[in-house]
Design a protein around this ligand. Sequence first.
Ligand code: CP
Ligand code: NVA
Length: 301
Amino acid sequence: MAKRDLISIFDLKKAEIENLIKDANILKKEKKRSRPLRGKTLAMIFEKASTRTRVSFEVGMYQLGGTALYLNANDLQLGKGETIEDTAKTLSRYADCIMLRTFAHDNVVKLASAASVPVINGLSDLSHPCQILSDLFTVYEKNKNYKKLTYAYIGDSNNVLNSWIEAAGVLGLHLKIATPRSFAPSGAILETAREFNQTGIKLYNDPDEAVKDADVIYTDVWVSMGQENKREEKIKDFAGFQVNSVLVNKAKHNAIVMHCLPAHRDEEITSEVLDGRQSVVFDQAENRLHMQKAILKLLIK
Ligand code: CP
Ligand code: NVA
């Protein structure tokens, strides 16, 4: 059977996403842990910092009976100029799966095409599929009708938003996106998502419009990893796009507030909201573990 990679949410069918959510839910409730990945190894390459992705994959592999290797890209020969393809072929001889957190998305694509074992995108500049899969699980825990809810994303057009757009495409979600005019999403991901879901993905430049009737309010940092030199400019560009209590009060009364973390407190989201009654951000952080386990079980045979 051909190996499977998880490079983007578009790699999954609707039923597979639903099954991952169900499996994460079972794994979360499991009293006695099954160890289906006994003897298996996950190699994790990081070019960027990580708390949640690293620890959830590492603990997840351990709980499934396997083991995970943390490889800092700069400590590998990769950081000294060995090609991604040669790295992929070498690691495929030792490990049963490779996860990569990188800058250029093409690096994940190249790694996956040269590796003979499954490759997981642990975040690239273009997308962050594992995050959005676990976020969908978090929404499911709060409301089993998660496919029928109204989602509002406020902020930057980044990797996290791209994965939300892909999920909205595959699952047919109603996703309202508010960005400053010059940061509106466009391009292949939006077009492909709209081929699946023609009317459900709507773009706004006014956060108030986007949160109207929303059940879920989502935000992420304005300055993603690798964009630090654009910081001052972006802070100005995103004025008015903060998720604060005034904005949250314009959504449905029982709306939940989500953020993938790490947050820049009092920048894209106020501490009051992040720590407030509607916030589910630490459930999201926990659920990375349960969803990573479901993903690993799906890909590693
Ligand atoms: N949300 C997320 O991917 O967190 P880390 O950067 O800590 O892995
Ligand atoms: N958009 C953020 C997500 C971090 C998990 C970044 O790329 O830095």
